[in-house]
Design a protein around this ligand. Structure first.
Ligand code: BG6
Length: 297
């Protein structure tokens, strides 16, 4: 069932806080504006595109060259990677839900002034052709002075399935050379840049070249120390055993048509995941929630 702008606004708009508009033909976006924050959330991919708490610069990064077209992922914000993270032979990288249309299920303004938007997608003929399992996937986004994204996987069939997944969060930073990620000291990571070699993190993560790492067995919060931007961004997580840290650096950036030259200097991804060996197995009837809360203390 397609939700048109009219039906979305009739059923789910919140006067003065939430309305729906097309970012491009056929691509509806929830536009949220409250005294606490502004945000935009695309129904395609269930993708949070922007979040800006009051008094702050934007926290999420979106490329100036991002493409807004049906069936194409947007370079920035928070793509949902599911039911697999990364590349699988012959399959779309990072799964299929990031380019599919999700449904709005509910909207609410809570007593604290936060907007809660619930989006969902479940299996149909198109998803069965790509991944033959019965599922329901729901993303609850809470937009306030913090941003929480809770992604709940429900196995609606009888057979067990296994997934990997990510809230693939792109952050703005003032200058990547003066940016560090704290909270991963002493953990192991798979280094994609070195053909998935297993490495040990010592101290904070800093950036001096292409960085593409799956930190495994990591459940602690991370913090992005953005020295040039003069702020710290905290990422707290639940139901997540891995953290991916990614910056393409210029060579890889050049290969991506939806990234403008030099933009790598003002962005990084710190992704809340279950990825690499940290797979989630969900029995028939079972559920799992992967959640990230982002704050700028
Ligand atoms: C990261 C991966 O999560 O996503 C990288 O670790 C990948 O390897 C990046 O390049 C972007 O992926 P995509 O499919 O959105 O270009």
């Amino acid at each position: 069932m397609t939700q048109t702008l009219d039906t979305l606004n009739t059923a789910f708009a919140l006067p003065g806080a939430l309305q729906f508009a097309d970012v491009a033909p056929g691509l509806p976006v929830a536009e949220i504006s409250t005294p606490l924050a502004s945000a935009r959330i695309a129904l395609q991919g269930g993708q949070v595109l922007t979040w800006q708490p009051a008094g702050q610069q934007p926290v999420l990064w979106v490329s100036k060259a991002a493409v807004f077209e049906p069936g194409k992922g947007v370079r920035g914000g928070v793509p949902v990677c599911w039911p697999w993270f990364g590349a699988l032979p012959g399959k779309a990288t990072h799964g299929f839900v990031r380019t599919m249309m999700w449904q709005v299920r509910s909207s609410e303004l809570d007593a604290a002034g936060q907007v809660l938007l619930r989006l969902g997608i479940s299996d149909d003929v198109a998803t069965r052709a790509l991944w033959d399992h019965a599922f329901d996937l729901e993303l609850l986004v809470t937009v306030g002075s913090t941003l929480t994204m809770a992604l709940t996987t429900r196995n609606t069939g009888n057979a067990t399935f296994t997934i990997t997944q990510a809230l693939h969060t792109y952050f703005c930073t003032g200058n990547i050379l003066q940016t560090t990620v704290q909270g991963l000291d002493g953990t192991s990571y798979l280094d994609k840049v070195q053909n998935f070699a297993v490495c040990q993190q010592s101290g904070d993560v800093s950036f001096s070249g292409e960085t593409d790492r799956i930190y495994t067995d990591t459940t602690a919060d991370s913090q992005i120390q953005d020295t040039a931007g003069g702020r710290t961004i905290r990422i707290a997580k639940q139901g997540s055993a891995s953290t991916v840290v990614w910056n393409p650096w210029p060579e890889k950036e050049k290969t991506m048509a939806d990234m403008a030259t030099g933009e790598y200097q003002q962005m990084l991804c710190v992704e809340t995941c279950n990825a690499g060996p940290d797979e989630m197995t969900i029995a028939g009837g079972g559920t799992h929630t992967l959640a990230a809360t982002i704050s700028v203390p």
